[in-house]
Design a binder for this molecule. Structure first.
Ligand SMILES: C[S@@+](CC[C@H](N)C(=O)[O-])C[C@H]1O[C@@H](n2cnc3c(N)ncnc32)[C@H](O)[C@@H]1O
Length: 287
């Protein structure tokens, strides 16, 4: 990632005294206009991160290179992005590693793609809409640089019609009917490969889980990530009044080897009740 003095063409995050955030692309001679007068880009260019610059009428702005979370929340969006609180756990659920061959669909604004690419994945991305495919590519290039596109192979196509790949490590889905991809993922993943789907409603999750039961996938688990910030200021230490109440559910499953999916199962080991504390298995969804 970029280090050293800030350069023209780079995107920076300006944070004002009230914590409001603005993404700005630096350009020599340009100005960022605020209610308290302009901030000259030239006062930022050549400086280090963490510096405070002032607008013409004296308002303070702290300058940083944006993190992935900053960019996901502030970047231009066509479709709803996956929030940072879900992106982190998703990377671990999918166990993304450098060089992992991943089929991702749909791409939307490319937030998930950016997280996967930064973890070192090699992505083939299927996106139904040409405008979203282009938006995702340009968001990826803006944040990770044009070289990242060498690891991001975007195709405008419908994943419900099939996946043209074999031996994939992961299939990661953020689209309305992922159960229509389960059979394709079975054929495209290697044994032990992981399927992860992000879904906003529990009815969709139930349909996916029913499909997974009838598939060659096992170890299915669903979880939801709740994030609650805290207000910490002198003696006032308490949970924030507001939080994002709901974003989506994450469901993961692993492709079993053919022999493990024969109907006989394991006759002499009764299944442990998974809704009793201490009943054997970890509660579903434990990270
Ligand atoms: C919610 S957005 C994905 C957002 C993305 N994960 C992100 O973080 O920016 C869902 C995307 O799935 C695409 N989509 C829906 N059905 C699809 C299909 N059958 N094949 C490929 N893409 C599809 C939509 O066009 C849309 O761009």
């Amino acid at each position: 990632m970029n280090r050293g003095p800030l350069r023209p063409g780079e995107r920076v995050l300006l944070v004002d005294s009230k914590g409001r955030r603005y993404l700005v692309t630096l350009s020599a001679g340009a100005e960022f206009h605020t209610h308290a007068g302009p901030v000259a880009h030239d006062s930022i260019i050549g400086g280090e991160e963490g510096r405070v610059v002032r607008s013409a009428r004296g308002s303070r702005y702290t300058v940083f290179r944006p993190t992935l979370s900053d960019v996901v929340l502030e970047m231009p969006r066509g479709a709803q992005v996956i929030y940072p609180k879900d992106l982190g756990p998703l990377l671990l659920l999918a166990d993304v590693f450098p060089g992992a061959r991943i089929l991702e669909s749909g791409l939307g604004s490319g937030a998930l793609s950016m997280a996967l690419l930064r973890a070192g994945a090699e992505i083939t991305g299927y996106e139904l809409r040409p405008d979203f495919a282009e938006r995702a590519r340009s968001n990826v290039a803006d944040f990770l640089g044009a070289a990242a596109l060498e690891h991001y192979h975007v195709e405008v196509r419908d994943v419900y019609e099939g996946i043209d790949a074999a031996g994939l490590d992961r299939v990661v889905l953020d689209l309305p009917e992922p159960w229509r991809v389960v059979a394709h993922a079975e054929a495209a993943l290697r044994p032990g490969g992981i399927l992860v789907a992000y879904l906003p409603t529990i009815v969709q999750v139930a349909t996916l889980r029913e499909t997974l039961v009838r598939s060659a996938f096992g170890m299915a688990a669903t979880l939801e990530v709740l994030q609650r910030g805290w207000h910490v200021e002198g003696p006032s230490v308490r949970p924030d009044h507001r939080m994002v109440a709901h974003t989506g559910f994450l469901t993961s499953a692993r492709l079993l080897d053919e022999a493990a999916t024969t109907p006989a199962g394991d006759a002499d080991e009764p299944a442990a009740p998974d809704d009793e504390p201490g009943g054997g298995a970890e509660p579903d969804g434990r990270l």
